[in-house]
Design a protein around this ligand. Structure first.
Ligand SMILES: [Zn+2]
Length: 354
């Protein structure tokens, strides 16, 4: 800090520490997976996931390391690898952010679940048929999905100050854009994650009090970060395996707004001004394996007891009309015919009254 600036700080009565905060320090090198990324530069690499039972994989990432110091923001796409708009948005963001003008560091995980991406699977990894977003914090000695989770927890969550787990409707899910605001119970911490959810800008925000509090069984990536004291949100924008421009744009704009909110890039964030708050949600699962035909579209208003869709067996015979458990918004509904016992059919969210 120059003498002139110190004098100025004294002159206007600003505590020195605040003046120092305004003048961000030069950034430091950021080391990840054996790659050293110099301040003010961008680099890509892959984190190895060690092989076991004859199969290993890797996790492709890009680090945008700012010329000035600041927070480390992790952006994780492809935990569900048939969810394409978040994945595609990161390749676009990589070209939009200038490391010379960035404060702090962005760690982009392009495709967290590469085996699933390659084999085009929904929900589950092809090696162990586990859902990656149900096996956190992972196990380095476990199956493929557990090992991927363990690497993500160590290398990405472990290095991040803030994390966004970027999802959308899976290949079979017709879904409207929304954000999960996961409640930790710590008011000051929850205010930070609330601000992140608002900054990302999606029109519906679920107030989610259902996540477990035990890190050994944290299940979800976002929850894993929160249980280690790192503010995180889970976003959902995109649907049915599509790559539409509108959904990609929601993801790009959401991240840019969060970067502004965190003071990592210049400009004002564009938070959602008056979101629809969802204070209760339920994923209704199928009692049968067969075919599902929706009778209401994503985003529809459904009343308690209303038929949302019909299940038939493999011969076309009627099995069940599946009804909404309470009145609310259809946040997503399965939009392709297969349904399996125990798997989701739709999610209803109850709108919070003011
Ligand atoms: Zn997902």
């Amino acid at each position: 800090m120059s003498n002139r600036r110190i004098r100025l700080a004294r002159l206007v009565g600003v505590p020195l520490v605040i003046a120092l905060g305004v003048t961000a320090a030069a950034g430091a090198d950021f080391v990840i997976g054996g790659t050293r990324v110099k301040a003010g530069s961008i680099a890509s690499g892959s984190l190895p996931v060690p092989g076991r039972d004859g199969a290993g994989t890797e996790i492709p990432y890009t680090v945008v390391n700012g010329a000035k110091s600041g927070k480390v923001l992790a952006l994780v796409a492809g935990v569900h690898a048939y969810e394409y708009p978040p994945i595609l948005s990161l390749y676009r963001l990589k070209t939009l952010i200038d490391p010379k003008a960035l404060r702090g560091t962005i760690v982009m995980v392009h495709i967290a679940n590469l085996p699933s991406f390659k084999k085009r699977t929904i929900y589950y990894g092809p090696d162990d048929w586990k859902n990656l977003n149900r096996v956190f914090p992972g196990d380095p000695e476990g199956t493929m999905s557990q090992r991927i989770a363990a690497v993500l927890n160590r290398e990405i969550v472990g290095r991040a100050d803030v994390l966004i787990d970027m999802h959308c409707g899976d290949g079979n899910e017709a879904l409207i854009p929304y954000t999960y605001w996961m409640i930790s119970g710590d008011k000051a911490f929850d205010a930070k994650t609330r601000d992140l959810a608002l900054a990302f800008g999606l029109p519906h925000i679920i107030i989610d009090e259902t996540r477990g509090r035990d890190l050994k069984d944290s299940k979800y990536l976002g929850n894993t970060a929160i249980l280690q004291g790192k503010p995180a949100i889970t976003t959902e924008a995109g649907f049915l395996g599509r790559t539409d421009e509108e959904s990609i744009g929601l993801n790009v704009r959401g991240v840019l707004s969060v970067l502004r909110h965190l003071g990592m890039v210049a400009g004002a964030p564009e938070p959602v001004l008056d979101p629809v708050w969802i204070d209760k949600y339920e994923v209704v699962t199928s009692k049968w394996s067969g075919l599902f035909a929706p009778r209401a579209g994503m985003g529809s208003f459904v009343r308690e007891g209303q038929i949302v869709g019909t299940v038939t067996d493999y011969h076309g015979a009627w099995k069940e009309d599946v009804r909404a458990p309470f009145t609310g918004i259809l946040l997503y509904v399965i939009g392709t015919p297969p349904c399996n016992e125990g798997e989701p059919l739709f999610e209803v969210g109850r709108v919070k009254e003011k």
